[in-house]
Design a protein around this ligand. Structure first.
Ligand SMILES: NC(=O)c1ccc[n+]([C@@H]2O[C@H](COP(=O)([O-])OP(=O)(O)OC[C@H]3O[C@@H](n4cnc5c(N)ncnc54)[C@H](O)[C@@H]3O)[C@@H](O)[C@H]2O)c1
Ligand SMILES: [Zn+2]
Ligand SMILES: [Zn+2]
Length: 382
């Protein structure tokens, strides 16, 4: 089969790989019909994630058709159209029993630190991902869900991660009616976080980024106020000015370890690797939230330490909440919001690339060329 293959930082190819096989009675093989590239894939692409091995196939946002099922699979049939959450999880361990699907204890040799994720390096279990024609889906009775008839494929694929993560980011913020919510990052995750904040009762939503087309999307798609951090010497001062000099009630950090906006962080982080990445957005969140407020972090950080303003967080009495998204837990409520038009994930899609052109897709998305906000990848096309 044809699959995206990692060859080293900034080196992606499409290669012929063996078809994935059933390795366990509860596995399924899914023929991928639509995949996406996530902002998290860029951390892999840039060589930021430890133990990203040559030959690994990325891709944790995908939908497809069940091609083959193992002997114990009961909930799926060959031919079913399914959406597959990015988490691989067993459904029955201590963590899964409490809905903490992203913290499953049974799917990763490194499970005390992180759960299982498709196509996300050996740090998260080493499972090959869905930027390919076929993918092995472990615990097939647990993760995948049949795509409802009314749901658009392009919404379904985004619900497997980006949209669910934006919603989760807003949830972790514990928004109370009337709250002012600041969202750092107007990528796919931040855009849905902004839409979701309204659904949870926000009175004001302010989105921060420096890419004009994304800020424009935040205005049109999420009716948010926007702030371009390139236009201010000190973005935190501007955020405070806009919030009665107190700070926002809730800040959602939807940027992660490759944040820009602070040269020292960029040099010591992504460039010299003296820390796990740049904690600029996280520090803006800590500085930009009011005392006693909540910082929700869904931006991704690797396992290596970062220079985070922890003392300030302590002295301000902040609540810090964070996790990888337990995607399937969000779905029942999100499906209703998508069906009713309150969440509109596919509005953010700007590009569709055939699988054979995935190196170009990574380049365009990574360099934010051509107004790219969210690229999809279509196996078997072109
Ligand atoms: N927790 C999870 O389960 C989970 C799931 C999906 C994605 N993520 C992470 O969420 C983050 C966002 O994902 P995405 O797909 O939207 O990524 P993206 O790269 O498309 O978007 C990130 C945005 O942040 C902006 N940005 C950079 N520095 C900034 C700063 N200092 N302040 C404000 N904005 C800044 C960039 O211009 C960009 O628009 C990534 O770190 C990704 O790895 C986490
Ligand atoms: Zn992702
Ligand atoms: Zn589990």
């Amino acid at each position: 089969m044809r699959a995206m293959v990692y060859r080293g930082p900034y080196k992606i190819r499409v290669e012929e790989k063996p078809m994935p096989a059933l390795e366990h009675p509860n596995d399924a093989i899914v023929r991928v019909t639509l995949a996406a590239i996530c902002g998290s894939d860029l951390h892999l692409y840039h060589g930021m994630m430890p133990d990203t091995r040559i030959g690994h196939t990325f891709g944790h946002e995908f939908i497809g058709v069940v091609e083959q099922i193992g002997s114990s699979v009961q909930n799926l049939q060959v031919g079913d159209r399914v959406m597959v959450p990015f988490n691989i999880f067993c459904g029955s361990c201590w963590f899964c029993a409490r809905g903490l699907f992203s913290n499953c204890h049974n799917v990763n040799p490194n499970a005390t630190a992180v759960g299982g994720i498709y196509g996300y390096s050996h740090t998260t279990g080493g499972y090959d991902g869905g930027q390919a024609e076929f993918v092995r889906v472990p615990f097939a009775d647990v993760g995948p869900v049949r795509i409802p008839d009314w749901m658009h494929d392009e919404d379904a694929v985004l619900l497997t991660d980006a949209a669910a993560t934006g919603y989760f980011g807003a949830q972790l913020g514990e928004i109370v009616e009337g709250d002012t919510v600041t969202v750092l990052g107007a990528g796919p995750v931040g855009l849905i976080a902004a839409q979701s904040a309204w659904l949870m009762g926000a009175g004001r939503v302010i989105v921060v980024d420096h890419l004009q087309e994304r800020l424009e999307k935040a205005r049109t798609m999420a009716y948010a106020e926007t702030l371009n951090y390139d236009e201010y010497d000190d973005v935190v001062v501007e955020l405070k000015k806009r919030t009665d000099y107190l700070g926002a009630d809730v800040v959602i950090e939807a940027v992660g370890a490759e944040a820009d906006g602070n040269l020292t962080q960029q040099i010591t982080g992504p460039k010299l690797k003296l820390q796990g990445g740049s904690a600029t957005a996280l520090n803006w969140a800590i500085d930009g939230v009011r005392k006693g407020g909540t910082v929700s972090v869904v931006g991704a950080y690797g396992p290596i330490p970062n220079a985070v303003k922890f003392g300030d967080a302590l002295n301000k009495g902040l609540t810090l909440r964070m996790n990888q998204t337990p995607v399937k837990r969000q779905w029942p409520r999100m499906f209703e919001h998508v069906r009713n038009g309150y969440l509109t994930p596919r509005d953010m899609i700007t590009h569709r690339f055939p699988l054979e052109q995935i190196p170009e897709a990574y380049h365009v998305f990574s360099s934010k060329l051509d107004g790219c906000i969210k690229p999809l990848v279509v196996p078997g096309a072109g």
